[in-house]
Design a protein around this ligand. Structure first.
Ligand SMILES: NC(=O)c1ccc[n+]([C@@H]2O[C@H](COP(=O)([O-])OP(=O)(O)OC[C@H]3O[C@@H](n4cnc5c(N)ncnc54)[C@H](OP(=O)(O)O)[C@@H]3O)[C@@H](O)[C@H]2O)c1
Length: 443
């Protein structure tokens, strides 16, 4: 049997609340982490037994179920995800105690160190010293258990590099845990965990998310040596090989052409490594051997773990900017939310039109006015699969402002209706491509 996903959801709050005395459906975030916490000590209570049961379920339970029982099955698959349901209450900034310091030393984290923090906390509970030792006042055991779970998520990611393991807070969801006081439905709360579970290969591992945004730091996209090598083998060596095979045939023609389909991602400014940048930008002295050497060095550095985070792709998981979608391939695709698509068109296309309209009277006062619309190679019509749109925007003689507007309007409507792919719009960088294609047409 092969197992591809493991979602660790089970949790308890570790406290008991006197709802009547509280006077509201559930303690708010401010109640828990703010000034109010001290006042609520006798309302949201926690016995030693409750405090101890909480990490047993929320932290040790995950260790037991996943690491000891399920990892052998999970490792049978090449593309496996573990999602640990965490909470924004697990953020280290909510724990002042020196006893939790170890959890912030992320590079040196080990399972034993996380265990020791939890054990130390429980000893302080037993000695009734959590206040004096700087542990949170209410929900303290829940907070510590989720902080431990976040830390352990990092440890797990290191222990099992083949598996993508992340922690995610579902947001404030209406469930038993908060006396159904949450603001999100269960479906809305499931969005983040499901997205992490369906994340494409090459995504981050060992991180903690609040719904879909990374908490604390930018994710480092995992790039195994195998994947990087396969990428170079296809995109670079493959082109060289095929070209060498075909050159003789091409040379038989009087006007042969070679077009290498590249990407704006191949811009040297995206490579922080100075030497590679210098070498590849020295266009006068470039040779095949020099390019080969840069590629070889990159692969060797990667093998030795010397490609720093900045050298690998960094990104922020933010809905609408760069996101994951379950149909995405190796690259994270842009989430085509209507709001973001609309903002993109509003700036890149309608914005240009509006500013131009404002300035035309002034420009026309000059005898030699110029307008430069900064576009992108991504605005090429060949990137839009829809034949109809391609024909409409490609009909340079028949183009009118109204026709371009109509295409843009239609696009936004179809984003709204979730018809992006079925109507033949690009599947990634969608709104950006359309905005730049519209801008080119408007130009
Ligand atoms: N709701 C929120 O606003 C919120 C916010 C942040 C994080 N979270 C996290 O989201 C996850 C789901 O919470 P929820 O809101 O859905 O809470 P919930 O309604 O209280 O559900 C918790 C689930 O965990 C199960 N469980 C508890 N202890 C268990 C144990 N020892 N063994 C097996 N199952 C056990 C419970 O089973 P029984 O029903 O059988 O007891 C229940 O099904 C939790 O990890 C929680 O910390 C929730």
């Amino acid at each position: 049997m092969e197992l591809r996903f493991q979602v660790n959801n089970a949790a308890i709050s570790g406290s008991n609340t006197d709802w009547k005395a509280l006077g509201r459906p559930s303690p708010t975030y401010d109640d828990i982490v703010g000034e109010n916490a001290k006042k609520l000590k006798d309302v949201v209570k926690q016995s030693y037994e409750e405090a101890e049961a909480c990490p047993r379920t929320n932290y040790h339970g995950v260790k037991l179920v996943t690491t000891q029982e399920l990892v052998p099955l999970l490792e049978l698959s090449d593309s496996t995800r573990i999602v640990n349901l965490s909470s924004i209450l697990g953020q280290l900034k909510l724990i002042a105690s020196d006893g939790a310091k170890e959890l912030s030393r992320v590079e040196d984290l080990t399972e034993e160190k996380v265990d020791a923090v939890v054990k130390g906390y429980l000893e302080d509970v037993k000695e009734d010293s959590i206040d004096s030792k700087g542990w949170p006042t209410i929900y303290s055991s829940y907070i510590v258990s989720k902080a431990a779970l976040n830390a352990y998520t990092r440890v797990m990611a290191k222990m099992y590099p083949k598996i993508y393991i992340n922690a995610v807070s579902p947001g404030y969801v209406k469930t038993d845990l908060n006396n159904h006081d949450g603001v999100l439905t269960v479906e809305e709360g499931a969005k983040g965990p499901v997205r992490m579970a369906l994340m494409p290969d090459g995504g981050p591992s060992g991180l903690s998310y609040d719904q879909i945004e990374v908490v604390g730091e930018k994710p480092k996209f995992k790039q195994s040596y195998k994947m990087a090598e396969a990428c170079l083998r296809t995109n670079y060596y493959g082109v060289k090989l095929v070209t060498r095979e075909l050159i003789a045939l091409l040379e038989l023609s009087d006007s042969p052409r070679i077009i290498n389909i590249s990407s704006t991602m191949g811009q040297l400014q995206l490579i922080p490594n100075k030497r590679a940048k210098e070498e590849l930008s020295d266009v006068e002295r470039l040779t095949e051997e020099k390019v080969d050497t840069v590629v070889k060095e990159f692969l060797e550095d990667l093998k030795e773990g010397l490609v720093n985070n900045a050298g690998v792709i960094n990104g922020v998981i933010d809905e609408g900017e760069v996101g994951y979608d379950d149909t995405a391939g190796e690259m994270a695709k842009f989430i085509r939310s209507y709001k973001k698509a609309e903002a993109c068109l509003r700036t890149n296309y309608y914005g240009v039109k509006q500013v131009t309209q404002e300035l035309i009277p002034l420009l026309e006062l000059s005898d030699t006015p110029r307008i430069v619309n900064v576009s992108s190679t991504m605005g090429q019509l060949q990137l839009i699969p829809s034949k109809r749109v391609k024909k409409e925007l490609g009909d340079v003689e028949g183009l009118t402002e109204e026709k371009v507007d109509a295409v843009v309007k239609e696009f936004l409507q179809e984003v709204k209706e979730g018809l992006v792919e079925s109507k033949g719009w690009p599947s990634s960088y969608t709104a950006y491509i359309v905005s730049k294609a519209a801008l080119n047409a408007y130009t």
